[in-house]
Design a binder for this molecule. Structure first.
Ligand code: FES
Length: 83
């Protein structure tokens, strides 16, 4: 089974909003839910929705308004059900 990429925007707007705090939290969540075999977490260039908080992309889905504070809730409620 091939892995699906989960992209985390590393563009400058998302960087300013704390992407480097979001990244380790996502890595921990991926470990916690045993998703290492299913998804590959990758950095991406600007996903072009810079006004909507930190952005993630999975297949053709975008997840917006992510912050270091809400990343766990967002992951559980929005991202995990799509994986
Ligand atoms: S910098 Fe993240 S969407 Fe543009």
């Amino acid at each position: 089974m091939s892995k699906e990429n989960l992209f985390l925007c590393m563009g400058s707007a998302c960087h300013q909003l704390g992407v480097y705090e979001v990244l380790p939290k996502l890595q921990a969540l991926i470990g916690e839910y045993n998703l290492q075999d299913k998804i590959e977490l990758k950095g991406s260039f600007c996903l072009e929705t810079c006004s909507y908080g930190i952005v993630m992309k999975y297949k053709d889905l975008r997840f917006i308004n992510i912050s270091p504070q809400n990343v766990e809730d967002k992951f559980l409620q929005e991202i995990l059900p799509n994986i």
